[in-house]
Write a protein that binds this ligand. Sequence first.
Ligand SMILES: [Zn+2]
Length: 335
Amino acid sequence: MSWLHRAKKGVRIQRTAEKKELPEGMWTKCPGCSDIVYRVELDKNLWVCTRCSYHFPLNAHQYVDVLTDAGTFEETFRNITSLDPLNFRDAKEKYRIKLKKTMLRTNLTEAVLTGRARLHGRPIVLGVFDFSFLGGSMGSAVGEKIARAGLDALERHSPLIVLSRSGGARMHESVLSLMQMAKTSAVLAKLHEARVPFISVMSNPTTGGVSASFASLGDVNLAEPHAQIGFAGPRVIRETINQELPPGFQTAEFVQECGFVDLIVSRGEMRSVLHRLLCFLCGSEQEEKMLKPEVEEPPVAEEAPTREADPTPSPPDVLGTPDETTREIGLHGPA
Ligand SMILES: [Zn+2]
């Protein structure tokens, strides 16, 4: 038997390694249908697979392009970044070193990008998470930025839209991260009182402290198809309750059936759906202008009352000045 020797001569040997070679960066494999997809085609289709509708993950700037009118986004609160009050160090390195490295790699100062923009001509205040920044985790600076974006929306009477893509609270900041859940929720209560709409968009994944606070507090809660939405991960739940979980557990479709999500919207339709919702919630642009309170100019009083003269000190503003867990850095990016 010629196991090791070819019986017939002249058989062409195909070198599979050579055959698979593709121009680098032009093609990518779709995790949904395992097809090889042309990246240019994907880019044109907002990174949604044309064969199986798998939504590829996007970074914060890509999401801003998807959600807003071209060239209208102005970043705000870029100068807010986390301090490291716990002097935390994980198995590899110090938190503050990791933070600086991540800033340089992502060109972001925190896991959420906030700003003002227009959507079909309507002014909005926007917050977009970036998962590549420490898993989109919410530390004190992320909470502060979301809170300030909310206050900005309140002041301008513009709707607030936050696209979440986060693993939850930032472990490196321990309980300080958990406090951000209360802080962001408190701002949303202020928006609610002032009848300024807040729309939450949940992308894949939205879990932990983010899903348990502002992401689920929208006047309307939207989600991208098949996005994982939940609190603890499925493995933790399975091991805790010692039972098999139903199929599709924690997908957007599953949680929609439970009433947690109002609408599942594909990426290509997100902008038009958001616009329709804003028209519904705020009325037409003319109506919105009529409802918008005119910003009163502060009176130029010659004898302004001083703080010392006031016997009853004003209550501390829960959301006012940045606390000792965040800091403001120079406006030219990470130090
Ligand atoms: Zn696909």
